[in-house]
Write a protein that binds this ligand. Structure first.
Ligand code: SAM
Ligand code: DTB
Ligand code: SF4
Length: 332
């Protein structure tokens, strides 16, 4: 979707925007379902990158306990618990710059993915940078979606991260798509960006070919010891709702995931986000390192709103690439 179109949506009175996003939502998602996704940090902290929001960067003093790659049995135990608590998607995150084919740790991850994918949940991984070969190997092992966020606009990105570039991010996304994985790509609100930056990020994301399968919208959780520990201007609920509504319209077939930061949101605010078009959440009391609402709280909220938890879909296929639209900059 073009920047001007996104800007026009952004400029609408909130209720007019909500009416538009709700119509788009109903046209594509006639089910009142919320997807429940469980996150697990399979390798925590000690990351070489300098993302200024992240507690896992070795360049900040967050005091986070570094943990080596978990062994397969421990991951399987957590994955089974996730499935038994109603999650239909299991997302494994690792604090790495990226992975390389042929290394012991990547072989270990592939081995974990093979077993987790037999449990009947969608399997998402977020391991940092991927080349074409690594992407193919993950796809073959059973990964259904690869999470790699753009986080903000191209212009604001260097203010947030200096150890890799926006183009590096786009290249990994291209590699994941070329390998046949669905892509999960979104961002963080509250990094000191302008509304223009947020819309520019959504412009890039909505122009992916194919569009991402899911779009996580995180609100900054200020982590002690990081450059953003004091937070920037906090994002208001209405700004968050606006971005969710615009994401729903710009990427109509994607799951729009109300992601990090829900502990700071009231139930009423979350309800508004669901009305605006969010239809997925991270579920379980921990994200990667930060807190998330409890399972019981989320189940109660879903029930109170007359929504229901999405049922398993182990046969998720990546959307077909059609090259009618202009390719994202990383395709050239
Ligand atoms: N290392 C991989 C990478 O950078 O893609 C995967 C893990 S990284 C923690 C995944 C995403 O979590 C980031 O892109 C960012 O959107 C989100 N995230 C990390 N720390 C956050 C924080 N303090 N508040 C909100 N979102 C955060
Ligand atoms: C995403 O967009 N948000 C998740 C997931 N993808 C990997 C991670 C949120 C991390 C929040 C901070 C933490 O737990 O350290
Ligand atoms: Fe490392 Fe990912 Fe955190 Fe950046 S966001 S420091 S790449 S774990």
């Amino acid at each position: 979707m073009l920047y001007q179109e996104l800007q026009a949506l952004y400029d609408l009175p909130l209720f007019d925007l909500l009416k538009r996003s709700r119509d788009v939502h109903d046209a594509h998602w006639n089910d009142n379902e919320i997807q429940l996704c469980t996150l697990l940090s399979i390798k925590t902290g000690g990351c070489s990158e300098d993302c200024s929001y992240c507690a896992q960067s070795a360049r900040h003093s967050s005091g986070l306990q570094i943990e080596r790659l978990m062994d397969k049995d421990a991951v399987m135990e957590r994955a089974k618990l996730a499935r038994d608590s109603g999650s239909t998607r299991f997302c494994m995150g690792a604090a790495w710059r990226g992975v390389r084919s042929g290394t012991k740790r990547f072989e270990q991850v592939l081995d974990i993915v093979r077993d987790v994918s037999a449990l009947g949940m969608e399997v998402c991984t977020t391991l940092g940078e991927l080349g074409p070969e690594e992407a193919l190997q993950l796809k073959e092992a059973g990964v259904t979606a690869y999470n790699h966020n753009l986080d903000t606009s191209r212009e604001h990105y260097p203010n947030i991260v200096t150890t890799h570039t926006y183009d590096d991010r786009l290249r990994t996304i291209r590699n994941a798509q070329d390998a046949g994985m669905s892509v999960c790509c979104g961002g963080i609100l509250g990094l000191g960006e302008t509304p223009e930056d947020r819309l520019k990020m959504l412009e890039v994301i909505s122009e992916f070919n194919p569009q991402p399968e899911s779009v996580p919208i995180n609100s900054l959780m200020p982590m002690p010891g990081t450059p953003l520990e004091e937070g920037k201007d906090p994002v208001t609920v209405f700004e968050l709702v606006r971005m969710i509504a615009i994401a729903r319209i710009a990427v109509p077939k994607a799951k729009v995931r109300l992601s990090a930061g829900r502990t700071q949101l009231s139930e009423e605010a979350q309800a508004m986000c669901f009305f605006a078009g969010a239809n997925s959440i991270f579920y379980g009391d921990k994200l990667l390192t930060a807190k998330n609402p409890s399972i019981q709280k989320d189940l109660d909220l879903i029930k109170q709103l007359g929504l229901s938890a999405k049922q398993p879909n182990p046969n998720l296929n990546a959307p077909e690439t059609s090259c009618e639209k202009p390719l994202s900059p990383c395709c050239s």
